[in-house]
Design a protein around this ligand. Structure first.
Ligand code: PLP
Length: 402
């Protein structure tokens, strides 16, 4: 008999499970709106031309070898990554109180950040995540040993941000809680606070001495501008907060499988930042020893070179622009069909996803009868739509809501 005979079967991850079902469906006109990965006009993954160029430079380098990176990753990458999120002219960078640790993409940055906080914050500290949020947030912080609570985010009736509920929850949270905030392009709702609302959130965080932990998985991908998508983080830094930012280069470089990311730390003083950096190295060493090199080398080439940086920003605008065009196309088709309900939120939302408001039952009908694959919470990945399938999708939605 196995010593593991009492191990229960864990449920499959819903989103990866959905992708597997999509792949197994033989229907030729099936539509995949599940996983948050960019697709081009032909529905195919897009290798950014700037990535092709940078990768050619990486593999063509006669000095290239496959030695270990340092524990905290490529130094040039880490330093440039901090500047990408905080801005090259950030006072925190100039004052030497911002550091970056290379991570296994955004997930790994959240994980090492969570591990650090578990070790160096009070044991009773609670983590607050938005309701709803990316499915992995709760698991990451619970696995690090935290009690996780939620703050309201989505106002279903208004199909927008529940700012009053959000502020009230942060006010009621115990002092010095950890608040996980989506830096831009909130997943799954596609609804971000306005600049004025961010100021209100910052005010409550200051009053209650909360610690902001930004998750930035879509910088540049949301609006097409790296600076605009970093505005909330930079406003908090300008306000004098100490904070963490989990940066992911999965979406904005299309480097999903290469696992490139960075945990950027802003502290009040350089000495504190260095101590935190040393602890992140200790955590990383025991968890993964050191991060992988290939993807970080590609990103590093781009973000340390003005010409490649400019090309990357144009390609970000291409991705963001195609998604905006699909929002408009979907909205227009639904209008033309006279589909019951209001659909303005499709064009108002931002980033990879749209939170349609479709019920779990309607989503299941879309899967079973229309071969349209989407999460049961009604979230659709806008990048899965293109000129070739958007009308068919609109017709399917029209049918399930009638
Ligand atoms: N955070 C959010 C909100 C996300 O949507 C994602 C990816 O879907 C991630 C973090 C992390 O992704 P990765 O680990 O690929 O960077």
């Amino acid at each position: 008999v196995s010593i593991f005979r009492n191990v229960p079967l864990a449920p499959p991850d819903p989103i990866f499970h959905l992708t597997a079902n999509y792949k197994a469906d033989p229907f030729p006109d099936k539509i995949d709106l599940g996983i948050g990965a960019y697709r081009d006009e032909a529905g195919k993954p897009w290798i950014l031309p700037v990535v092709q160029k940078a990768e050619a430079l990486v593999v063509g380098d006669p000095q290239l070898d496959h030695e270990y990176l340092p524990i905290l990753g490529l130094k040039a990458f880490r330093d440039a990554s901090v500047r990408v999120i905080l801005g090259a002219d950030s006072p925190a960078v100039a004052e030497g109180r911002a550091v970056g640790a290379q991570s296994i993409s955004g997930t790994g940055a959240l994980r090492i950040g969570a591990e650090f906080l578990r070790r160096f914050r009070d044991a009773a500290t609670t983590v607050y995540i938005s309701n709803p949020t990316w499915g992995n947030h709760r698991a990451i912080f619970e696995d690090a040993g935290f009690a996780v609570q939620t703050y309201p985010y989505w106002d279903a009736a208004a199909r927008g941000l529940d700012i009053d509920g959000l502020l009230a929850a942060l006010r009621a949270a115990p002092q010095q809680s950890i608040i996980v905030l989506h830096a831009c392009a909130h997943n799954p709702t596609g609804v971000d606070p306005t600049a004025a609302q961010w100021r209100q959130i910052a005010e409550v965080c200051r009053e209650r001495a909360h610690f902001p932990f930004f998750d930035c998985a879509y910088q540049g991908f949301a609006s097409g501008s790296l600076d605009r998508d970093a505005a909330a983080v930079r406003a908090f830094v300008a306000d004098g907060f100490e904070l963490f930012v989990a940066q992911s280069y999965s979406k904005n470089f299309g480097l999903y499988g290469e696992r490139v990311g960075c945990l950027t730390v802003v502290a009040h003083e350089p000495a504190v930042a260095q101590h935190i950096e040393s602890q992140l190295a200790k955590i990383t060493r025991a968890m993964i020893s050191n991060p992988p090199s290939h993807g970080a080398r590609i990103v590093s080439r781009v973000i340390t070179d003005a010409g490649l940086m400019a090309q990357w920003q144009r390609e970000l605008e291409t991705m963001a622009g195609r998604i905006r065009a699909m929002r408009q196309a979907l909205f227009t088709h639904l209008q033309q069909l006279g589909t019951p309900g209001t659909w303005q939120h499709i064009v108002d939302q931002i980033g990879m996803f749209s939170y349609t408001g479709l019920s779990p039952a309607q989503c299941q009908t879309l899967i079973d009868q229309h071969h349209v694959y989407l999460s049961s919470n009604g979230r659709i990945s806008m990048a899965g739509l293109n000129e070739g399938n958007v009308e068919r999708f609109a017709r399917a939605v029209d049918q399930v809501v009638r």
